[in-house]
Design a protein around this ligand. Structure first.
Ligand SMILES: Cc1cc2nc3c(=O)[nH]c(=O)nc-3n(C[C@H](O)[C@H](O)[C@H](O)COP(=O)(O)OP(=O)(O)OC[C@H]3O[C@@H](n4cnc5c(N)ncnc54)[C@H](O)[C@@H]3O)c2cc1C
Length: 387
């Protein structure tokens, strides 16, 4: 039976829990807010399926190629503005819906925590749009997708690469109707940190949160996007990401899932048909595709992915690109990021903190940190120029 000895060896995809024929595995949240499988040993019949479908135990088994890489965006500006990058997810999703299929992705629930759910029409699709920067709960999603595929329904599943890998191992066979899309991923922050932040803002604004958008571009542009939160009393909070405490803690790698620091999926060979992400640096590489409203990198891994791309291409502004220029090997979404050295202190202090702002000093860089960062930036610039 699945037995997680080190937390870094579980990405929380829940394939093990969903495959268990006796339903004796439950995803249980730890003190940091991340979920891990807990097995009821009395009910377990030692069938071994949970180990068989673990994408971490079998991470090396699927190595699809990079067929092509593109840079571009969906031409419909309103969709792009409501998306994190170039709106490619929505364009792909619309194709699936047009064929009568279902689209699975991450949405907010009524408490603004994140879970995976299905959309069968464009109105439902809106809730899947936009990055939600915390780990999503998978629930029964893999089981539902298997039922859809057995009924020969077209399915688009989108999520992080480890979630796509989890789905593929859960299914244990290929299905013609399935298209998988992974979003490039820096790592997933703890849902508990997000909940703490929301409660703090609700206290400050004396009202419940009614809307969250992590990537508002209207005022400050795509490159310096804002976290945008609206409250039931009409108040609103928006702050460029480098000034928002939650985004700063996330991007300083102090509250990521342990497995994100040893990610088995941050390779170019991904478990998905298509990878999408932000094309940071597009202003240097292909300035003609940069209007600061969101440009995506699109990496095609399989013939099925290529077919889908060809179907959406007429609605895009795009160019073919060199993979290492569109997504440099130094990008945080191509290699595991190290945990912040004060990560433990952060999670130790979190339960007693009355505000996330109190914990921000933990990430303020020391003199030595500043020198190291400068050197790293110089090295990255040299590598980038040479590529
Ligand atoms: C936690 C996280 C970290 C990321 N880190 C990077 C990064 O380092 N570099 C980079 O280039 N891009 C990163 N991205 C991807 C980027 O933010 C965009 O999601 C991506 O470029 C797609 O943009 P879009 O405009 O095509 O579609 P959008 O409409 O913006 O994206 C929606 C898609 O994101 C998925 N999604 C949203 N939230 C989650 C979640 N919590 N878990 C799983 N899937 C989710 C939805 O299912 C849907 O497929 C990250 C995304 C997430 C969720």
């Amino acid at each position: 039976m699945i037995d997680i000895k080190q937390k870094k060896d579980c990405c929380g995809c829940s394939a093990c829990a969903q495959v268990c024929p006796r339903a004796c595995i439950r995803m249980e949240q730890d003190a940091e807010g991340f979920s891990y499988p807990g097995v009821s040993k009395e009910q377990c019949v030692q069938c071994g399926l949970c180990e068989k479908v673990c994408p971490i135990l079998h991470a090396g088994e699927r190595t699809d190629q990079v067929l092509k890489t593109y840079i571009g965006y969906y031409r419909q500006l309103p969709v792009r503005m409501a998306s994190s990058s170039g709106g490619i997810f929505t364009l792909l999703a619309k194709q699936t819906l047009a064929k009568g299929g279902k689209v699975y992705g991450a949405a907010f629930d009524e408490h603004f925590t994140v879970f995976h759910t299905a959309a069968s029409n464009e109105a439902e699709l809106a809730q899947l749009q936009g990055s939600k920067y915390l780990q999503s709960r998978m629930g029964q999603t893999f089981q539902n997708i298997r039922e859809d595929l057995k009924r020969r329904q077209q399915v688009l599943f989108s999520g992080t690469a480890c979630q796509v890998a989890g789905l593929r191992s859960f299914l244990r066979r290929d299905y013609d109707g399935l298209l998988t899309v992974d979003v490039l991923c820096h790592g997933v922050p703890s849902p508990v940190v997000w909940e703490t932040y929301l409660r703090e803002l609700e206290q400050e604004y004396q009202s419940r949160v009614s809307h969250v958008f992590f990537r508002k571009k209207e005022l400050t542009g795509w490159k310096r996007y804002e976290l945008d939160i609206t409250f039931e009393n009409g108040a609103s909070y928006h702050r460029p990401f480098p000034e928002d405490p939650y985004m700063r803690l996330f991007l300083h790698e102090i509250c990521l899932r342990p497995s994100c620091h040893d990610c088995r999926f941050k390779r170019l060979e991904r478990p998905s048909d298509i990878t999408i992400g932000d094309c940071w640096g597009v202003e240097r590489y292909m300035p003609e595709l940069d209007d600061d409203k969101g440009t995506s990198v699109v990496i095609i891994h399989t013939p099925a992915g290529m077919e889908q791309f060809e179907a959406i291409a007429p609605e895009m502004a795009y160019k073919e690109a060199e993979t290492d220029r569109a997504l440099p090997p130094t990008a945080d979404s191509r290699k595991s990021v190290l945990p912040h050295r004060r990560r433990e202190a952060f999670f130790r202090k979190l339960p007693d903190a009355t505000s996330l702002k109190e914990l921000v000093p933990l990430i303020e860089p020391s003199f030595a940190d500043r020198v190291k960062r400068k050197l790293r930036n110089i090295r990255n610039r040299i590598v980038h120029k040479g590529a």
